[in-house]
Ligand binder design. Structure first.
Ligand code: AMP
Ligand code: MG
Length: 513
């Protein structure tokens, strides 16, 4: 961005403190042309206080959690001190928001600090979210409120524990400052970790500017980082596009199987790496209702639960459009380039359906595949919808029923008319009889895919209320602990497994930006 005249803020380095190497930073993104970002340091905050360092994630990343919890570490997590080796910057990107293209969005309130190598040999971005205004802030204040930071921390970590590709939360701090939203709210900063923060919107940004060289640079960077095999394919850009499509199709299938509603699936919130990113007004289904929307800003239901696969396909179509010039060169003509893009997009449905069907079978305890399995699953879903059955609990309790008919009561009582479950269970048992597995083993397998604990919306709200209204972070720590082991039944976690009472129900969620 510096070439566009954006100002470059001086780095705020506290010379007096000993320079502890908190991160062994590489800065490969900072080596890209300066049109890809604006270099600037986070804006210091008044009085940072640590809420939490994620010790387990720190270990995975080869970081010292204790060092991050020292005053110097907290200063880094708050943006008051630029860590050794960091070349902080805000990334440029565009995005289609609720269907409308916005050519310039960019990091309006985050700073990429640098990249670290995880113990798994992968490269991870370390980013501060809520770290102050940038040249991309437009009218925003560059800050984040405590509530949304805690929501992102909890839900992203819960998704990771559930086995869903996602950005992670390394730490959260309060800033000692207030942000103005619907009123005055305490400010906070999240340290976000991601395979990268490249988005479909990053490609749209360069495609819109029509600079082929930048587009190719971006695609090559993304390919090297996330789809290294594509580089060796006969048609690298086609292979890259298909790679993103496959990961995103599988990702959305996982969301659907867990009842997760992202809430704001704009293309700037759709990652190239295939991770769930940007936990704004996200929520989990309670009573199964396919057209469910929680987000207050999603008036038309564009990102309703059941629309998520279509929304993702739409977003990937924007990616295909953006890389089309590269496909045209690769294929040698406009027609062949376009055909290549369409052929890649056609793979979405195949990957999505395969992942969804496989997942549904496993949710029902079926390890073999037969015609009629998916109809059996759809029949259950319809009965759940008609009987307001809790999505998560119904599948969890199905394992009890799989272990033996005495377990049926746990599942059937979730239906307003329990006989709706009973008649379905007759067909299900007929099908189970053709499975090679034993009932006990089948039940155990089902408990590995049907979680007992998700971050239920009313529990997340409880966490936010306690922290914001009373500075009480105990509910945050408790929910974090419970959601870290989603597939285990534990007596202490009981309050996290039960659905909201009517008066506790969260009816709407808010972005809170
Ligand atoms: P989001 O809704 O979080 O995906 O953000 C969409 C765009 O708005 C991105 O360009 C963000 O950087 C920007 N944005 C969101 N909240 C703020 C804020 N408080 N200050 C500045 N920019 C923001
Ligand atoms: Mg976003």
């Amino acid at each position: 961005m510096s070439s566009d005249g954006a100002s470059i803020a001086p780095l705020s380095v506290d010379e007096s403190a000993t320079a502890l190497p908190f991160f062994a930073f590489a800065n490969t993104y900072a080596r890209l042309p300066d049109r890809f970002f604006a270099r600037l340091a986070p804006t210091p905050v008044a009085a940072p206080k640590l809420i939490q360092v994620n010790a387990a994630l720190a270990r995975e990343l080869g970081l010292d959690a204790d060092a991050l919890a020292t005053p110097q570490g907290i200063a880094v997590l708050a943006g008051n001190r630029v860590a050794e080796g960091s070349e902080p910057l805000a990334q440029a990107y565009a995005g289609s928001q609720f269907g409308y293209f916005v050519p310039l969005l960019g990091d309006g309130r985050t700073n990429l600090l640098g990249e670290v190598l995880g113990r798994d040999g992968r490269r991870y971005d370390i980013q501060l979210k809520g770290s102050g205004p940038t040249p991309f802030s437009r009218r925003g204040d560059g800050r984040a409120a405590l509530g949304p930071v805690l929501r992102e921390y909890i839900v992203s970590e819960a998704m990771a524990a559930l086995g869903v590709p996602t950005t992670r939360a390394l730490a959260a701090v309060t800033t000692g400052e207030h942000v103005v939203r619907e009123g005055m709210l305490p400010g906070a900063i999240l340290t976000r970790v991601a395979w990268s923060h490249l988005r479909v919107g990053t490609f749209q940004y360069f495609a819109k500017r029509g600079n082929m060289e930048d587009l190719r640079t971006l695609a090559d960077f993304a390919m090297a980082r996330h789809y290294p095999d594509a580089a060796h394919a006969a048609k690298p850009y086609r292979a890259f596009l298909e790679g993103v499509i496959e990961r995103q199709a599988k990702l959305v299938a996982q969301w659907m199987l867990l009842g997760f509603i992202h809430g704001v699936m704009n293309t700037d919130n759709t990652s190239i790496s295939g991770e769930t990113i940007d936990y704004g007004p996200c929520a989990f289904l309670e009573a199964y209702q396919p057209n469910k929307v929680f987000s207050s800003i999603d008036q038309q239901g564009r990102y309703a639960y059941s629309n998520q696969p279509d929304a993702m396909h739409w977003n990937l179509t924007r990616l295909a459009e953006s890389v089309l010039p590269l496909l045209v060169i690769e294929e040698g003509s406009d027609e062949a380039g376009l055909a290549s893009a369409y052929a890649a997009l056609a793979t979405f449905a195949t990957h999505f359906e395969a992942a969804r069907e496989e997942g549904l079978r496993r949710k029902l305890g079926l390890l073999t595949s037969q015609e009629g399995d998916i109809a059996l699953a759809e029949d259950l879903l319809q009965r759940m919808a008609a009987n307001h059955a809790d999505f998560t609990l119904t599948f969890r309790k199905l394992a009890d029923a799989a272990a033996g008919v005495t377990g049926d009561e746990n599942a059937r009582r979730l239906f307003s008319d329990p006989t709706a479950f009973d008649t379905w269970a007759v067909a299900w048992r007929t099908r189970l009889a053709q499975e090679p597995s034993e009932p006990a083993e089948r039940a155990a397998q089902m408990r590995h895919v049907n979680p007992a604990i998700i971050p239920r919306n009313h529990r997340v709200q409880e966490v936010i209320d306690a922290a914001v209204l009373r500075r009480d972070f105990q509910p945050f720590h408790d929910l974090l602990t419970a959601t870290a082991a989603p597939y285990e039944d534990s007596a202490t976690a009981d309050r996290f497994t039960v659905p909201a009472r009517p008066e506790e129900c969260v009816l709407q969620t808010f972005c809170g930006t």
